[in-house]
Design a protein around this ligand. Sequence first.
Ligand SMILES: Nc1ncnc2c1ncn2[C@@H]1O[C@H](COP(=O)(O)OP(=O)(O)OP(=O)(O)O)[C@@H](O)[C@H]1O
Length: 243
Amino acid sequence: MSVLEVDNLTKTFGGLVAVDDFSLEVDEGEIVGLIGPNGSGKSTVFNCIMGLYDVTDGEIRFNGVDITSDSTHQIVAKGLSRVSQESNPIDLYSVSENIRLFTLPNSIRSLHGGASDEEIREYAARIDIEDKLHEMPSELPHADVRRLEIAKSLATEPELMLLDEPFAGMNQAEIGELAAQIERFREDGMTMVVVDHNMGGLMELVDRVVVLNNGDFLAAGTPAEIAADDAVQEAYLAGEGLQ
Ligand SMILES: Nc1ncnc2c1ncn2[C@@H]1O[C@H](COP(=O)(O)OP(=O)(O)OP(=O)(O)O)[C@@H](O)[C@H]1O
């Protein structure tokens, strides 16, 4: 069954059509890659799904329920979460406190000041930063700051996670580690959509790839099919190239 259905999504900014009649279905337990040259509309699709942008046209359903007009808070409460391409930890708070903040929207927990220390440790352990809980974000190397962003997202207990450029700025070893951690989330029952420009890391990880170009659906297939697709190669050659 489809966990996420994006039907004929259109998003305009004034005269600019950022996403043009785009559809996407994601099945339970899948890891889908959403790729496309710079400015093709990938982050806009994520922002529409998360209720951060008003949708111009189309419908978005999560587990069969229309969430198109829901607020971000309602969408997160239903089990969707996004790891943004920018890291924005609160520098005055420790890693642990940053994660705890994301457990607060849950009304039962908020009465008790968020998740317990043990629960925070478990979220951090899922992304291997449990030994960094007492550090400040500014003391962390880049890869751990990105892992903290993922831990914050895990703390909302998502069923479906949207990851926007998780591999950006990471070296090959860090990309391999993160891909293995993301694979573990799937084993724990999570469904994911991943946007990234690092084709090596992404193509190894995903089951299926959907390609956007100028806000339009261009192609879909297995990583091998997409790597060999002439239209995809052409779209990328106009930009940064498909590596
Ligand atoms: N808030 C906004 N206001 C106006 N235009 C926007 C806004 N957000 C995105 N756009 C425009 O929509 C188009 C798609 O942008 P988007 O960021 O979704 O692309 P992307 O595929 O995620 O790009 P990248 O890979 O560079 O992150 C671009 O032309 C961008 O300038």
